[in-house]
Design a protein. Structure first.
Length: 311
């Protein structure tokens, strides 16, 4: 069995060149690679046919169209008629069903220095002419086209940086309205900028698209695309996890926070309790430099100096 890893995804680029260059801010395109198609065909035969993959898929499948329509069905067999009608079928968490993909994520997590729990495998499959309307994602994506041809149009999203959910272009409904609070300019664009990049990839082609890039795709023919998606962590996530793990052993921090919403008397008592706990934490960490406290917090969350597949 071939050992799939980051080198397989970014070839002919080297891991060192990719990490020292494009990662994590700039797109990288590897237009096609017969060797990469052959490697995945041998290692992951489950991805050699959309029909076979969907026929045995027991989890929910999302359906998308170029006009922005989005729905879902309970399993792969229910998605098959939509596949034949030109919809793109989207499957998540394939690593839970295909061990070799779990192994791929283990390797990529170590090589990127990212906790394993933040990586997932996704598949997009379609027939005929299909695609996905303009949007930007909150994660980094290594999009490997195993079969077919796909046209990508992409440009940097200067309207909302470091979004925490998918951003939909134009005035179409957003999945999370709070994302608009992060915008530095509105309205959001309805179409790609005139200087947007345009590239067509074919079997074995890989597109690394970082977070915060507008993109839309047009698939031609029978397409199967495997995504390795890196969904974090954000610094605020690390801080939240670190504080939780650092404070969880303290019985007082585990007490219920009653009274934080209520009349003046109960709220004052709750605020006094919270202030006392915060004061105690500040006192306990007052001797630490910023770097020492950062180290303590990260280690409390279990993120050691070396990332392991179980991290």
């Amino acid at each position: 069995m071939l050992d799939l890893d980051l080198a397989t995804l970014v070839a002919p680029h080297t891991i060192e060149g990719f990490l020292g260059g494009e990662w994590p801010r700039d797109p990288y395109i590897s237009v096609e690679s017969e060797e990469r198609v052959a490697a995945f065909a041998e290692a992951v035969p489950e991805l050699n046919s959309a029909e076979a993959l969907l026929s045995g898929w027991q989890d929910r499948v999302s359906l998308m169209s170029p006009k922005g329509f989005r729905a879902s069905v309970p399993d792969g067999r229910s998605a098959l008629p939509f596949l034949h009608q030109g919809f793109t079928c989207y499957l998540r968490n394939l690593e839970n069903h295909i061990p070799v993909l779990s192994s791929l994520l283990d390797n990529v997590a170590v090589q990127l220095g990212v906790p394993r729990k933040y990586l997932i495998c996704e598949v997009f499959c379609s027939e005929g002419e299909s695609g996905v309307a303009m949007h930007s994602d909150y994660d980094h994506n290594f999009a490997l086209l195993l079969r077919g041809a796909k046209r990508w149009t992409y440009s940097r999203n200067t309207h909302i940086r470091h979004a925490t959910n998918t951003i939909i272009g134009g005035d179409r409904p957003q999945r999370d309205l709070r994302q608009l609070e992060f915008a530095t300019s509105l309205p959001l664009p309805h179409k790609q900028a005139d200087d947007a990049y345009d590239v067509t990839v074919r079997g074995g082609g890989m597109v690394f698209l970082p977070r915060d890039w507008w993109h839309q795709t047009q698939a031609i023919g029978e397409c199967m695309q495997l995504n390795v998606a890196v969904k974090g962590p954000m610094w605020l996530t690390v801080f939240q996890e670190s504080l939780t793990e650092m404070l969880l052993p303290d019985v007082e921090w585990r007490d219920m926070a009653y009274g934080i919403v209520g009349d003046d008397t109960s709220r004052e008592a709750a605020l006094a309790t919270f202030a006392e706990l915060i004061g105690r934490f500040r006192k306990e960490t007052s001797g630490d430099s910023d770097l020492e406290l950062a180290t303590r917090l990260i280690e409390a969350a279990g993120y050691g100096r070396e990332v392991t597949p179980d991290a």
